[in-house]
Design a protein around this ligand. Structure first.
Ligand code: EPZ
Length: 456
């Protein structure tokens, strides 16, 4: 066999073995079975979905940038490894990352790492804008949908770049030294496309206007920091963002640390866990303004909660039998967040009546309902975007495979709520987005452990 062919086969075997080892870890949960056991205080970590673009953002700077409250989760480690492979130096002490890109010496996004996380796509904007080139492979990620990248590629072309490639490698080069500002219309609101293009525009020549921009809090948070250090950005958090480019001049003046926002999806996930299983739980760093629609749905279901202090949510023992069925339609911010849809689906299995879920953003984000049905929930799947949940139904523990990050956490909520034992295979996929989750859940009274399962 030709050496090259053998090398390709070996690489694939190595990758499969590596991913299999990750997949061999599982969570084992003994459910509360209706007893309200969870109590104490849960501290929400820094946000995954603002921490990832923050790491990409450091490529816009000449000087080292200090990032604080960055969660120590798998996706953050992977994107950091990609940036280090490009030549950046990262000094990490727990949740503080000091990233120095002075010694950046290539524009290649590592294939194996890039295919592990969808968010590697966020790096393309800053790398292309800074170096005039970026090489990458189609990004990987969850199983929640196709996750195309057409919005990125067509927008880079409008900014004066040439998109090419060989095989499944994508190579983008800006024709001039710098990207040029352009009017970018996004036919679909995309969070990472908005973030990536906004960052690319900061170094471009001239003005960029992004129309139909996504409005998630993470975007405004990123823009506010960039403005603080000299970037000229208006309208972040609205559908139209205007950026006055710096014509290739990196950001450098008096750079204060970036302090990452709290993870609103983790906060919502724990609030749902608490609504079903807490006797008295405090959730710190629950930012009300980031979860207004979510709390409105809590109100409609009949979940009782208080805010004893700013950004501290308190949930005491609920009369779950009084929870009412509601209809959920996921929508770009400020609508109901798709990242909390599967967790809310678990709560609705306990609500009285027929609840309807309409997942409008991703085409494979209802698959977790099959797992809930295995546990005893009564589900009607209408199509890949719509389903009905009839409650209340007692859930019974079973063995499940976490299909993606948020569905994996939904299975944790279901396992804690259920009678008996639940095993969730592929716990790695949950660790991608929830920092130190095993210990944090154990500390509030969840009976959960993580184990290897050696098949061989
Ligand atoms: C971000 O993903 C989040 N990830 C996702 O969170 C979140 O579910 C999603 O936004 C929606 O809120 C990060 O921020 C790292 P999209 P993103 O591009 O930006 C279509 C989690 O669990 N689209 O907003 O990749 C796409 O098909 C993760 O934390 C195109 O058509 O999602 C989808 O229908 C999961 N062409 C829609 O946009 C493109 O080029 C929204 O996707 C790009 C996207």
């Amino acid at each position: 066999m030709a050496p090259r062919r053998a090398a390709v086969i070996f690489r694939k075997m190595h990758l499969n073995l590596k991913s299999l080892r990750k997949d061999m870890k599982k969570f084992i949960i003994n459910g509360c079975g209706g007893r309200k056991k969870l109590k104490g205080e849960y501290v929400v970590s820094g946000s995954k979905n603002s921490g990832l673009p923050a790491i990409a953002m450091t490529l816009l700077f000449k000087e080292p940038v200090t990032l604080k409250n960055i969660p120590e989760i798998e996706d953050v480690f992977r994107i950091s490894e990609i940036v280090e492979k490009m030549g950046a130096e990262i000094d990490r002490k727990k949740n503080t990352f000091i990233i120095n890109t002075k010694s950046l010496d290539n524009s290649k996004i590592d294939r194996e790492l890039g295919e592990t996380i969808r968010s590697s796509i966020i790096l393309t904007g800053p790398v292309l804008a800074r170096t005039g080139k970026v090489e990458f492979y189609f990004p990987g990620g969850c199983s929640i949908g196709k996750r195309p990248i057409d919005l990125f590629l067509t927008s880079f072309e409008k900014m004066g770049a040439k998109v090419g490639g060989r095989g499944d490698k994508i190579i983008i080069r800006s024709k001039d030294k710098n990207l040029r500002g352009a009017e970018l219309i996004l036919p679909v609101q995309s969070v990472t496309a908005t973030e990536t293009l906004m960052m690319a525009a900061v170094l471009a020549k001239g003005k960029t206007v992004i129309k139909n921009a996504a409005m998630e809090p993470e975007i405004e948070y990123l823009a506010n920091y960039l403005k603080m250090v000299g970037a000229e950005i208006e309208g972040a958090g609205s559908p139209t963002i205007t950026i006055k480019g710096r014509n290739g001049k990196l950001l450098e003046k008096n750079i204060p640390p970036y302090v990452n926002m709290a993870d609103r999806i983790e906060a919502g996930s724990i609030a749902i866990l608490a609504a079903l299983n807490a006797s008295d739980l405090l959730i710190r760093h629950f930012v009300k303004d980031h979860l207004e629609i979510f709390l409105d749905i809590f109100d409609r279901i009949g979940v009782k909660y208080t805010f004893p202090r700013k950004n501290v949510l308190r949930i005491k023992s609920q009369n779950v039998k009084k929870f009412k069925a509601v209809n959920i339609k996921t929508h770009e911010h400020p609508g109901f967040p798709t990242d909390l849809q599967s967790q809310m689906g678990v709560l609705l299995t306990q609500a009285d009546g027929e609840s309807r879920i309409f997942e409008t953003i991703f085409e494979s984000r209802l698959s977790y309902l099959n797992g809930l049905a295995q546990m005893g929930a009564r589900i009607e799947m209408w199509n890949i975007h719509q389903a009905a949940i009839f409650g209340p139904r007692q859930l019974t523990g079973t063995r499940l495979l976490a299909p993606d990050l948020r569905a994996g956490f939904a299975y944790i909520i279901a396992g804690v709520t259920a009678r008996g034992q639940t095993i969730i295979d592929n716990s790695y996929v949950i660790r991608r987005g929830y920092e130190n989750i095993l210990q944090k859940l154990q500390e509030i009274g969840v009976d959960i452990e993580e184990k290897y399962e050696a098949f061989f």
